[in-house]
Design a protein around this ligand. Structure first.
Ligand code: SF4
Length: 387
């Protein structure tokens, strides 16, 4: 199987914590004019035409993320998915079509139109159910809007994922617990919850450096994560990846492919691709030159390519597989890197097994983070990858 990821790099304006590549609507308009979204869709389809040879297997998942894909009118979204379908022909076997959306755009009419365009999974960027926290982050929706959008989306589409962030400036454990209560009352199919990262170049990082906000102490962030995992486990969610939880059978198939070495092609400014072996490709993060290139009569290929060495492949495998509940398949590891590498890994892992942070699967085919070691995941992964 394979997946297609489409990056839509526009947002109404930048959220204060966000390190993803996106530009504001105003900036996009100033560079490409009012019809920037229509031009971008055309450019995406031309990029796909140029890279069709990279898609060798049936495409089972399509993920439109960003940025804010729902800034595009729904008919443009349909034009995009129809255009992909036409171009890949019989390889279109999409079973999971995810659209990222912001709650302020997700009203009943929009959700119906997205569904008509083929979307069967909606990922809503809720981030918090506290209005003061949403304001601090620069989000444009209220908690009430997020609840309404989630409920409408569940009624209409069913398979809905909600994103939350913990460790926000000024967020208390009690406020996090209250956000979790609201999340649980909605009962989405899927939850992604990330600890706030201070990425380079974000407004939060500048505020942190200027001393106008404070980082949440590690101890509090750890308690927040613990509360998250306990509460969702009590509610029947499967903790299938460090930051991801789903009701049974409702894992994100597209994102799971990132953690298990499945090939995917990423289209759009700033999108990344992986061929399933050693080749990673990255498009430049420059909307204007992306559009101009692919709308030119003869577009150039613009991605940069990286061929992963054995060491990089090994590190990636440890980093991604150990984040999943299934863990790292030892036979595959030995197959790729040799029996010697496997025995070194198992020797290194023994220290963590003794501490209760790592365990073997019951048939000893996989090494994985033990439930008691989830808070130590980062340290375990770094140490086993020998960083
Ligand atoms: S968090 Fe989402 S909406 Fe906010 S700037 Fe980043 S990509 Fe845009």
């Amino acid at each position: 199987m394979a997946g297609i990821y489409i990056h839509i790099p526009f947002c109404e304006r930048k959220c204060l914590y966000c390190g993803f590549y996106s530009v504001s609507r105003r900036f996009a308009c100033s560079r490409l004019g009012e019809n920037f979204a229509a031009q971008y869709v055309k450019a995406l389809l031309r990029e796909l035409e140029q890279r069709l040879h990279e898609i060798a297997e049936p495409v089972l998942t399509l993920y439109i993320g960003g940025g804010t894909p729902t800034l595009m009118p729904a008919d443009m979204l349909k034009q995009l998915s129809d255009g992909i379908r036409e171009r890949i022909g019989a390889l279109w076997q999409v079973e999971e079509f995810t659209l990222e959306a912001n709650p302020e755009q997700a009203d009943g009419e929009a959700i119906t139109a997205w569904k008509a365009a083929g979307v069967n999974r909606l990922s809503l960027g809720v981030q918090s159910f506290s209005d003061p926290e949403l304001k601090v982050c620069g989000r444009r929706h209220s908690a009430a809007e997020a609840i309404a959008a989630a409920q409408t989306a569940i009624g209409e589409i069913g398979n809905v994922s909600l994103d939350l962030i913990f460790g926000l400036p000024g967020q208390s454990l009690a406020s996090w617990e209250s956000s979790l209560d609201k999340l649980i009352a909605i009962r989405p199919a899927h939850v992604s919850a990330y600890a706030l990262m201070y990425d380079e170049g974000t407004a939060f990082t500048r505020q942190l450096e200027a001393g106008t906000i404070k980082e949440t102490p590690d101890e509090t962030t750890e308690k927040m994560y613990q509360l998250l995992t306990e509460r969702l486990a009590e509610e029947g969610y499967e903790h299938y990846e460090v930051s991801n939880f789903s009701l049974p059978g409702l894992r994100s198939r597209h994102n799971s492919s990132y953690w298990t070495g499945v090939p995917y092609i990423g289209l759009g400014a700033g999108a990344h691709s992986y061929d399933g072996t050693r080749v990673r490709r990255a498009n430049p993060t420059d909307l204007e030159s992306y559009v101009k290139n692919f709308l030119a009569e003869v577009p150039n290929q613009i991605y940069s390519e990286e061929i992963l060495s054995d060491t990089e492949l090994r590190e990636e495998m440890i980093m991604t597989r150990l984040r999943t509940r299934e863990g790292l398949p030892l036979a595959l590891y030995a197959n790729m890197f040799g029996a010697e590498a496997r025995s070194v890994l198992e020797k290194d892992a023994a220290v963590w097994i003794k501490r209760g942070a790592v365990e073997y699967s019951s048939d000893r085919s996989h090494l994985r983070i033990a439930p008691a070691g989830v808070l130590l995941s980062d340290a375990v992964i770094l140490s086993l990858a020998n960083f």
